[in-house]
Design a protein around this ligand. Structure first.
Ligand SMILES: *Cc1c(COP(=O)(O)O)cnc(C)c1O
Length: 427
């Protein structure tokens, strides 16, 4: 059974101050998850997680994550602004972008971020936009299918990211000639992997490639970047990633491949997003309508504009009807938002307790790629984000992003006066 980190009383108290829908993040949960990750890789000197900012680009959460020893993985100008705003620079920022505009590279270089190059053609582009740093990372794409013990987990051959081994080796040589002194190698081959053998399999590929690159070029490979991809158990029957097992298996590959090689040692970096915040964020929404046609529908005040994953990927997000945790799931509902899009459904044919209008629903595992993917289709506004501090009490919760207002939505028309707001009292 999946348990929600807040109860009905807390959610009702929050909703008195902040109208639904809203996101709630669990600070202690985020901190504990990072501590478990750092512990699992404590054997590796130089291990560092760079939180993938795109998963949850909120500077208040980024600060907490940084306090636990993480850097930030950015891929755009605004993500760099966020990292810069919380005071990060240099080795605390990884810049893993693709199809990168010149001004983004220039900003990343100004901040001293570690640059992760997506393609061989980016070598000259970076030289022209910010210049070549002494330490640089290159993104590898092995092509074909990526499988673990015979099961296909990803299709790098169809992915736009990274470069071939030949291109990577040529780029290292070229970068050496341009002044680069040490190198990292990165790859991201599968995502949301709850199979604990993902990181071990990927690290084996990157460790071996690091040794070959060193043999072929003499380059000092100082780190591998295992990137994101560790998953979380969205479904009640799934098990969470066993970090201890993952860390130990990566160590096994490291001891077998790196230690006896001329490289002797290297640091391991990660760019996890989903693992860091995914399970520690929920979307709280209120049931506002019931509809009985060919199916039973519960309409809620959140919609796909607040959480897009179910509409976009058919992703499963567990739902708890707060206060009815122990009631039998003897009703079958589609739980829908109000977009004029039939895929705006948080759940389809879901067994849930009987829902009444006014009930509060917690949509689980929305802390990564949740709020961040939000959009304004149908003129829907983005909701607030709240932080539940370690006390877990509603009165200690902090607003970390306010809800959008119509004025925010129309702000890009502020060069003229075409928008007429309804007069006070008419709505
Ligand atoms: C999206 C992304 C991540 C984070 O992935 P998760 O699945 O959230 O762990 C890390 N690195 C890069 C380059 C990405 O694009």
């Amino acid at each position: 059974m999946k348990k929600c980190f807040i109860d009905l009383k807390t959610a009702e108290e929050l909703s008195k101050k902040y109208p639904t829908p809203f996101y709630v993040y669990d600070e202690q949960g985020i901190r504990n998850g990072i501590r478990a990750l750092n512990k699992a890789f404590a054997w590796n000197e130089g291990f560092k997680e760079y939180f993938a900012v795109k998963a949850c680009p909120n500077p208040f959460l980024m600060k907490i994550i940084h306090e636990e020893g993480c850097g930030m993985d950015c891929s755009s100008y605004c993500e760099l602004v966020l990292s810069d705003s919380i005071g990060l620079s240099g080795d605390d920022i990884m810049f893993s972008s693709n199809v990168t505009p010149g001004e983004d590279f220039e900003y990343a270089r100004k901040l001293g971020a570690v640059i992760n190059l997506d393609d061989a053609t980016m070598v000259d582009f970076l030289a022209a936009h910010g210049g070549i740093p002494e330490e640089i990372c290159l993104r590898y794409n092995p092509g074909g299918d990526f499988s673990i013990s015979g099961a296909i987990m990803g299709n790098p051959g169809d992915a736009k990211y990274g470069m071939t081994e030949e291109q990577l080796v040529d780029s290292v040589k070229k970068l050496q000639a341009m002044g680069a002194k040490s190198f990292g190698i990165h790859a991201f081959l599968a995502s949301n992997m709850i199979d604990p053998d993902y990181y071990p399999a990927l690290s084996e590929i990157l460790f071996k490639l690091s040794v070959r690159v060193n043999e072929l070029t003499g380059a000092r490979v100082t780190f591998v970047n295992l990137s994101g991809g560790i998953g979380i158990p969205y479904k009640p029957e799934e098990k969470g990633p066993d970090l201890e097992y993952i860390g130990a298996k990566v160590k096994e590959a490291y001891d077998r491949i790196i230690v006896p090689s001329p490289l002797k040692s290297l640091a391991i970096k990660a760019e996890l997003g989903r693992y860091i915040t995914g399970a520690h964020g929920i979307l709280v929404t209120r049931a506002i309508h019931q509809k009985h046609i060919y199916k039973e529908y519960v309409g809620v005040d959140a919609c796909a504009a607040n959480l897009m994953r179910p509409a976009m990927y058919g992703a499963y997000h567990h739902i708890t009807v707060l206060g009815k945790e122990n009631c039998p799931c003897d009703h079958i509902y589609d739980v829908t938002g109000g977009l004029c899009e039939n895929n705006d459904k948080f759940a389809i044919d879901r067994r849930l307790p009987k829902i009444d209008n006014g009930d509060l629903l917690a949509i689980h595992d929305a802390g990564a790629h949740g709020y961040a993917m939000g959009y304004n289709y149908n003129g829907k506004l983005k909701c607030a984000e709240l932080l539940l501090t370690p006390s877990k009490k509603a009165e200690d919760a902090v607003l970390i992003r306010r809800a959008e207002t119509p004025a925010d939505y129309f702000s890009t028309f502020d060069f003229c006066d075409i928008i007429k707001y309804p007069e006070e009292g008419t709505t």
